[in-house]
Write a protein that binds this ligand. Structure first.
Ligand SMILES: *Cc1c(COP(=O)(O)O)cnc(C)c1O
Length: 380
């Protein structure tokens, strides 16, 4: 019985050819392909400037640091990958969690507003599972209190909110190109923004704080001195990764359409199944379906549910353990789970079932069948 993971990349021979071309050339790092990839992502999402880096986590770090927020707090969602909250700490800020919405599992603007203080500097929102967060409300709160908005759109490349692509909505938006995400460069990420000034700072921050690129320094006629005015890192993406990203990007729309199709089948097949709640999709969005999550109820134990699916060869997973529950965050900040009732309820019942473009119809049927059988076994 073949194991079906919850997510998987799809790299074909065309992708591989593009990578090999770069590997055989003189510029395997910081050549032209990185810039081309940045421009291609920007034109797809409708942003002006892109800064490619070597992970989504690096993108979050560079985005937060480019904003020059000083000391204070940033408000974020606890139902996210830990990198979102880590980035707040990297920037020297204190993470403050707001509870989530019952329907979308995204950060709840009502609770954000409650948690704004005179120490708040930024809101870091996440488009959970690929469903855009309530960015209009978040923007309104941010503008009212003079806060910056960073959107962690690691799940949401291709998603839309009121007809506009995610990537054109926040001060800085970040994407991840990890193999489970919509398109992959192995490891990789990108920041996009409409601000020329932020883009320039982000380019400097990804490159040790040095104020000229390797191409400018080592290319023909290059400058051979440079100044350093910021504490940057080496977060550079390679050109062979960018070549892979460019090739993958051409297939993004077909990948998303296949994700939409699988999500539609799950919703059709599993709706009305007792003990299972399906994800909500608001009418004003295009969901990018990075993951498909269900909530189990009616006495079904979540951990047993996952164990049973795994015995059937289905790679069920949990997204996520709320960040405030991790030892590092608990010990350092003393967060109390009872302060986040919706997150606690959702996180104790949520299960991710497999969803990726390369799944066959047969795979999708196997997942549906396994979920139905498991509900039958476990429901009390
Ligand atoms: C994947 C992910 C990241 C980090 O991306 P990496 O490329 O793995 O560093 C950040 N935030 C969220 C919500 C993610 O899902």
């Amino acid at each position: 019985m073949r194991f079906i993971p919850y997510g998987l990349h799809w790299i074909d021979d065309l992708d591989i050819e593009e990578v090999v071309k770069v590997l055989k050339s003189d510029w395997i790092v910081m050549g032209n392909r990185v810039k081309e990839f940045e421009d291609a992502v920007c034109s797809y999402v409708g942003a002006r400037y892109g800064v490619a880096v070597n992970s989504g986590t690096a993108a979050l770090d560079v985005a937060m640091n480019s904003l020059g927020l000083g000391e204070g707090e940033a408000i974020t969602t606890p139902l996210t990958f830990v990198a979102t909250a880590h980035a707040i700490l990297y920037a020297g800020l204190r993470p403050v969690f707001a509870d989530i919405q019952r329907d979308t599992f995204n950060i709840d603007p009502v609770d954000v507003e409650r948690k704004v203080t005179d120490r708040t500097r930024a809101i870091v929102c996440v488009d959970f599972a690929g469903h855009p967060c309530d960015i209009d409300e978040i923007r309104r709160i941010a503008d009212e209190h003079g806060l910056k908005v960073v959107e962690d759109a690691a799940h949401a490349l291709g998603a839309e909110y009121r007809g506009k692509k995610v990537g054109s909505l926040a001060d800085v938006t970040i994407f991840s190109f990890h193999p489970v995400k919509h398109i992959t460069t192995g490891e990789g990420g990108m920041c996009v923004t409409d601000s020329e000034e932020l883009a320039e700072r982000m380019r400097i921050l990804r490159n040790q704080g040095a104020e000229s690129s390797a191409m400018e320094r080592f290319g023909p006629g290059g400058r051979w001195t440079y100044d350093v005015r910021m504490l940057g890192r080496n977060y550079r993406m390679t050109d062979f990764q960018a070549a892979l990203g460019l090739s993958q990007l051409r297939k993004l729309e077909s990948f998303i359409r296949r994700r939409e199709e699988i999500a539609r089948i799950y919703i059709e097949e599993l709706s009305g199944l007792p003990g299972i709640e399906l994800p909500a999709v608001r009418t004003c969005v295009r969901h990018a379906w990075h993951i498909f999550t269900i909530l189990v109820g009616e006495g079904i134990g979540r951990d047993e549910f996952i164990a049973s699916l795994r015995r059937k060869g289905i790679g069920a997973a949990v997204h996520y353990t709320p960040v405030y529950r991790f030892t590092y965050y608990r010990e350092r900040f003393g967060f109390r789970p009872e302060d986040f009732p919706v997150t606690e309820d959702v996180a104790s019942r949520i299960v991710t079932i497999p969803l990726f473009p390369r799944m066959s119809d047969e795979d999708v049927k196997r997942v549906v069948q396994a979920v139905k059988e498991t509900v039958g076994e476990l429901r009390r």
